[in-house]
Design a protein around this ligand. Structure first.
Ligand code: NCD
Ligand code: ZN
Length: 419
């Protein structure tokens, strides 16, 4: 054996069990009790903490390239493993943007050997005809920003329908940032803007039967439309920790600006309840790092990778959410929805992507301690209960609760080859 993880309370088949995990060649090779454990080169003591399948984030902006001053592959994937994420999906609104096969291939090539966790890459297609080849090039999903098309990207119904048919044909998934700028009130991203956009896309999905994922849903009414259509359509959605926990009754100010913006208490509570009850399928960080200067100039978004899972563990400690639900929203639903193979379970034969966390260890969120270059968070200074104590990627410990160890363990996700 290469590695044994001992003394953990291990999430196996929906329960916490006292088991030892043996890892060989990056895979879970055996689950044993103390007596039957075989010798290994390395032993990791989980110290009675919870051992979970690694968390998966379907909405990360790793930036890099021309935006490396905000974040790059190195800092972004370090932030991911410090937050317990072993797999993240990277968004295409980079500079240059990822809108075609050549840019996708470039980005994957640059990421290779530079990433601490596994990364799948989205593409935002300009031509429906590129989608066959984008699939072959391992686009993990397709992303459309309805309010901010990329140059040459035609988001008329006619073209969106073409894109959707092609994605459907390729068994892909289309992630939608649902905001319709025709409903903005000046610079204000109104609730209506989200509601109208969700309505438009669900109507197009009825026609095309394309698999849709709505990113960062923030309004009760928008969510209601998704809920109504869940039986008929292949549709899922995510919420961010900020839309789930914070609202404009408490948090105000330009520095706390993100898109979609924080909403009032009624909307926030409906997001939180839907996370708990199941109408929202997953939590996603929308990790959107910016420089201090960019934030001053009004750029939207916050760094979320390092605090999202601890914030959810804090909800567990407050008895608002179960461990089973945490597993669904941070591991299993993202894995299933985006077709990630052979990860997400602590079971013999699965790849050893694991997170160890102490659900009783308090921390005060401090942006200056982030590995991320983006030092912006509306949660800065908040005291929460729950800390990541170890992260294991592809069988190697990469984060020990404090420091990053073992570099370059992450892999670029490929559509079919990871099983
Ligand atoms: C994101 C960014 O900065 O890239 N910002 C944000 O507030 N969410 C863009 C996005 O996800 O829409
Ligand atoms: Zn985003």
């Amino acid at each position: 054996m290469d590695v044994n993880i001992i003394n953990g309370r291990v999430w196996i088949n929906g329960n916490l069990e006292e088991a030892n995990i043996s890892i060989n060649n990056g895979k879970i090779s055996k689950l044993t009790n103390k007596e039957n454990i075989q010798e290994a080169d390395e032993t990791i003591d989980a110290k009675e903490n919870i051992v979970f399948p690694g968390f998966v984030d379907v909405h990360t902006h790793l930036r890099d390239s021309e935006f490396s001053y905000k974040e790059d592959f190195d800092s972004g994937t370090k932030a991911a493993i410090a937050g317990g994420f072993t797999t993240i999906l990277d968004m295409p609104n980079t500079n240059p943007p990822i809108t075609n096969v050549a840019e996708l291939n470039n980005r994957q090539k640059r990421a290779n050997n530079n990433i601490f966790c596994n990364v799948g890459f989205y593409c935002s297609p300009v031509n429906a005809n590129d989608i066959n080849e984008l699939k072959i090039s391992n686009a993990i999903g397709y992303k459309i920003y309805l309010h901010k098309p990329f140059p040459d990207q035609d988001l008329s119904d006619k073209n969106l329908i073409e894109i959707m048919y092609k994605i459907k044909e390729n068994n892909g998934i289309l992630a939608i940032h649902a905001e319709d700028h025709n409903w903005f009130d000046g610079i204000i991203h109104t609730n209506e803007a989200e509601i109208k956009a969700i309505k438009r896309i669900t109507d197009l999905a009825k026609l095309t039967k394309c698999k849709i994922h709505f990113v960062h849903v923030s309004t009760k009414e928008g969510l209601g439309i998704i809920k109504q259509n869940k039986k008929e359509l292949d549709v899922s959605c995510e919420a961010t920790p900020h839309h789930t926990i914070l609202n404009t009754d408490k948090i105000k100010g330009r520095e706390y600006y993100c898109e979609p913006p924080l909403r009032d208490k009624e909307n926030q509570e409906s997001i939180l309840n839907s996370i708990i009850e199941g109408d929202i399928d997953m939590i996603a960080t929308d990790h959107a790092p910016h420089s201090i200067q960019d934030k001053k100039e009004g750029k939207p978004g916050f760094s979320g990778l390092e605090i999202t899972a601890p914030l959810i563990i804090d909800l567990y400690k407050k008895d608002k959410i179960t461990l089973k639900r945490i597993y669904e929203i941070l591991v299993w639903n993202p894995i299933m929805r985006f077709g990630i193979k052979n990860r997400g379970k602590i079971k013999e034969g699965y790849i050893a992507d694991l997170v160890v966390f102490d659900e009783n260890k308090e921390q005060i969120i401090n942006v200056n301690k982030f590995f991320s270059k983006g030092k912006n968070s509306p949660f800065d200074g908040m005291k929460i209960t729950g800390s990541i104590t170890k992260t294991i990627v592809n069988g190697k410990m990469v984060f020990d609760g404090k420091n990053i160890i073992n570099s370059g363990m992450g892999k670029v996700l490929q559509n079919q080859l990871d099983f």
